[in-house]
Design a protein around this ligand. Structure first.
Ligand code: PLP
Length: 399
């Protein structure tokens, strides 16, 4: 009998986490590596948020709270949805957890039975497929095309739905492509979903505030309110407020689902940190001006690096509409050889070669579409400029 449970075979480590770990190891061994793997803003958590957390600790907010969030936090989240998304939720529709990731995990664990299918547009954030498998479900990748901006087409969605489909994952802006669905594009998907009332929708809006070129942000329930009784919105403070380490995310959806999610969370971590909850209240209700300023900085970085990378022979990338990732096509490098004579057969070979050249990025296979690699531009312009130089030089050395 094996000591570890059989389910451990389904507890997988993502390409981005593996690349980040490898970066730490190589740096510890004295190598000069530019890490462009991880999806977290490089900005500091705003001072007023830190101050609120510190005050909360001194005021004794250091104890257990209700499992899925304090009344104050739920009120702040309800107000956020009303003000920013014109959506009317009540406290009973809100669930707070240790990051958007835990909220997603709770939702899948609470709803998936063995063999239930989750539709995941390819490419998507690796965690969707891994978590689905871990929760006994079946990830069903639905292809998208670069010429459609990697967005799910209504006919592809329609064709992928089966009687076992439980969820559709919709992430806009998208990790890893930066695709942003317009209100019209969401409406077209909603038309299909209306024909399949057994399919629920997860709208992962975690990058809501990182949308470029003045595009408006839209979420599916806003444009198709009739889907509200089968949609869970997932969001959080990690990306908008540079609070990845605080671990505070939230979901909004039908009360019975929210109650089931709280029961899952009660089996593991109980409430998210009381201090992080107080900090999140300050983030959501405090000044918002820096949010736009940080978005502008991401946009400036995007504008600087896309032309540099697109100019590298054999690589291909288009400007993302949001988030802080480039999904770079590397088909033009496959079949070539590294200076050591190693042939590049897959995008994993490409990212291994780039690591040798001092740039750490995860390969596309885990995101469901190859041959690509994902590059996070949530780092300084200086590091990005140097990374582009290294990638260009790496390409020129290929045989
Ligand atoms: C698409 C997407 N959704 C959700 C999350 C979860 O973020 P967190 O758990 O920090 O709230 C991430 C984090 O990288 C993400 O990329």
């Amino acid at each position: 009998m094996s000591f570890l449970a059989a389910r451990m075979a389904r507890a997988r480590i993502s390409a981005s986490a593996a690349a980040a770990q490898r970066t730490r190891e190589l740096r510890a061994a004295g190598h000069d590596i530019i890490g462009l793997s991880q999806g977290e803003p490089d900005f500091a958590t705003p001072e007023h948020v830190i101050e609120a957390a510190s005050k909360a600790m001194r005021a004794g907010q250091t104890r257990y709270t209700p499992v899925d969030g304090t009344p104050e936090l739920k009120e702040a989240i309800v107000a956020k949805f009303r003000a920013e998304n014109a959506l009317a939720f009540k406290a009973e529709n809100i669930s707070a957890g240790a990051g958007g990731k835990q909220v997603l995990y709770n939702a899948l664990m609470a709803t998936l039975d063995t063999g239930d299918e989750v539709l995941i547009p390819a490419p998507s954030w690796v965690a969707y497929a891994y978590m689905t498998e871990f929760a006994d479900g079946v990830p069903v990748w639905v292809g998208t095309r670069a010429e459609d901006g990697f967005k799910l087409r209504p006919d592809a969605l329609d064709a992928a739905i089966t009687p076992r489909t439980k969820w559709l994952m919709l992430n806009s802006p998208s990790n890893p492509t930066g695709a942003v669905y317009s209100a019209d594009e969401l409406r077209a998907l909603a038309v299909v979903l209306e024909r399949h009332p057994h399919v629920w929708i997860i709208a992962d809006d975690i990058y809501e505030h990182i949308v470029f070129d003045g595009r408006p942000f839209a979420t599916i329930v806003q444009v198709a309110p009739q889907l509200g009784d089968r949609t869970l919105i997932v969001n959080g403070v990690s990306k908008t407020y540079s609070m990845t380490g605080w671990r505070l995310g939230f979901g909004a959806g039908p009360a019975p689902l929210i109650r089931a999610m709280a029961r899952i969370q009660a089996q593991s971590s109980l409430n998210p940190s009381s201090i992080s909850q107080a900090a999140a209240v300050a983030a959501l209700t405090g000044p918002q001006d820096f949010v736009g300023a940080r978005r502008d900085e991401f946009e400036a970085r995007r504008n600087a690096i896309v032309p540099s990378l697109a100019a590298v022979p054999g690589l291909h990338c288009s400007p993302p509409e949001g988030a802080f990732y480039l999904y770079v096509g590397c088909a033009g490098w496959l079949g070539r050889k590294t200076p050591q004579g190693k042939p590049l057969a897959t995008d994993e070979d490409v990212t291994a070669y780039l690591l040798e050249c001092g740039v750490a990025v995860p390969n596309g296979a885990g995101y469901g579409l190859s041959p690509y690699f994902r590059l996070s531009f949530a780092t300084s312009m200086a590091a990005l400029t140097e990374a582009c130089k290294r990638i260009d030089a790496a390409g020129r050395r290929l045989g």
